[in-house]
Ligand binder design. Structure first.
Ligand SMILES: NC(=O)C1=CN([C@@H]2O[C@H](COP(=O)(O)OP(=O)(O)OC[C@H]3O[C@@H](n4cnc5c(N)ncnc54)[C@H](OP(=O)(O)O)[C@@H]3O)[C@@H](O)[C@H]2O)C=CC1
Ligand SMILES: O=C(CO)COP(=O)(O)O
Length: 341
């Protein structure tokens, strides 16, 4: 494969996806915002902050110049935190080749506008790029993909040809990529599962058991599907890799930064302290704000997200939040979702 690929974002996930692409024979340039990270990747072939103990393929070249990274590339992969997507996309836009594929692998909404990442990309890039935008999502901890643990993900686009071209570039024997036509569902599922992962870390830290974990995953999926459907997603997407798949992996794994953040909060740490100690992106925090706003906009009930919002942003005691969830008014399990089918 002779694809020239730009990967924007040299954190855990960007570096691992760059590795997958380099192993697939792509010519990969990885943009890092700090010179010391780019130098380390170019000279030592490591990225010790984000992937300690891992040797990267020598074929990956790192750069701190967005224009050099993007110019002439066949595919541009954005893997920056969602809060920086618009800025980075805007800086990249003048250099994106007219027929380039544009993919993102970030899981969140834009703060304030609460737009999905593909909407942000569409607004920042020339209009003709629209059909070539795709999202890569699904249950995929960077720490396991780099060890070549068999992993399955999904690529979604409004254009099937785009999804299939991206699938062909990423797929290999340990990284199996499925296509999905529902870009809204794939983005919403990938973003909202981080809220439930944070809540799972909290629940584990409070000493609750497997029943509680199953409750969080299942009822979390119900509220993700409720909001997602109201936003235009196909409900069936949420029983796929970007829905239940990603929920399971993030709610049950200590690799998850969102799970770890929730666990730290359960031990009495303040949110600011948790984020500082983590030193890596915890998308679920801003996504909880997004869910708070979106559930009001779309008039959709999201009791788990609401209680997490109260714990994170109004100082509510997590034990009281659990009590309020368990004693709230009686509801049906599936009726509201089925109504939308
Ligand atoms: N890690 C994983 O397993 C997976 C992550 N994702 C998603 O990928 C996205 C990136 O996450 P991940 O790589 O894990 O994050 P990390 O915390 O590992 O790395 C964050 C990266 O983003 C850079 N960065 C931070 N702030 C800005 C900014 N304002 N502008 C530009 N760059 C910035 C950091 O640069 P610096 O080092 O200079 O601070 C670093 O390169 C997230 O949306 C996440 O949800 C999706 C699937 C799996
Ligand atoms: O999205 C992920 C795995 O699919 C990674 O989750 P965290 O950001 O919680 O580590």
């Amino acid at each position: 494969m002779d694809q020239r690929v730009a990967v924007l974002g040299a954190g855990s996930w960007g570096t691992v996806l760059a590795t997958v692409l380099a192993e697939n024979g792509c010519d990969v340039t990885l943009w890092a915002r700090r010179t010391e990270v780019a130098d380390e990747i170019n000279h030592s072939h490591t990225n010790h902050k984000y992937l300690p103990g891992v040797m990267l393929p020598e074929a990956i070249t790192a750069s701190t110049s967005i224009s050099d990274t993007v110019t002439g590339k066949d595919m541009i992969l954005f893997v920056v935190p969602s809060h920086s997507m618009r800025t980075i996309a805007g800086e990249a836009a003048p250099w994106v080749k007219k027929d380039a594929l544009v993919v993102h692998a970030s899981k969140g909404f834009e703060v304030g506008t609460w737009k999905r990442m593909s909407e942000v990309l569409k607004e920042e890039l020339p209009p003709e790029q629209g059909v070539r935008i795709a999202v890569l999502s699904g249950p995929s901890h960077a720490e396991e993909v780099i060890q070549k643990c068999p992993t399955t993900v999904v690529v979604a686009s409004v254009c099937q040809e785009t999804a299939e071209r991206v699938q062909a570039i990423f797929i290999n024997s340990y990284f199996r990529v499925y296509t999905n036509p529902d870009i809204i569902g794939v983005e919403v599922g990938g973003a909202l599962k981080n809220i439930i992962a944070l809540a799972s870390g909290l629940a584990d830290g409070l000493g609750f058991g497997d029943n509680s974990k199953a409750a969080l995953i299942t009822r979390g999926l119900a509220e993700i599907a409720r909001l997602g459907s109201a936003m235009g997603a196909k409900p069936i997407t949420f029983v796929g890799l970007a829905g239940v798949g990603d929920l399971v992996v993030t709610c049950t794994s200590r690799h998850s930064r969102n799970w770890r953040a929730g666990h730290m909060i359960s031990q009495g740490k303040k949110l600011e302290q948790v984020l500082e100690e983590m030193g890596m992106v915890v998308e679920g925090v801003k996504t909880t704000q997004a869910a708070h706003a979106l559930s009001a906009n779309y008039q959709v009930e999201m009791p788990l997200a609401e209680q997490l919002y109260a714990v994170l942003f109004t100082g509510k005691d997590p034990a009281q939040a659990v009590k309020d969830l368990m004693t709230r008014g009686r509801t049906g399990e599936l009726e509201e979702i089925i109504q939308g089918w």
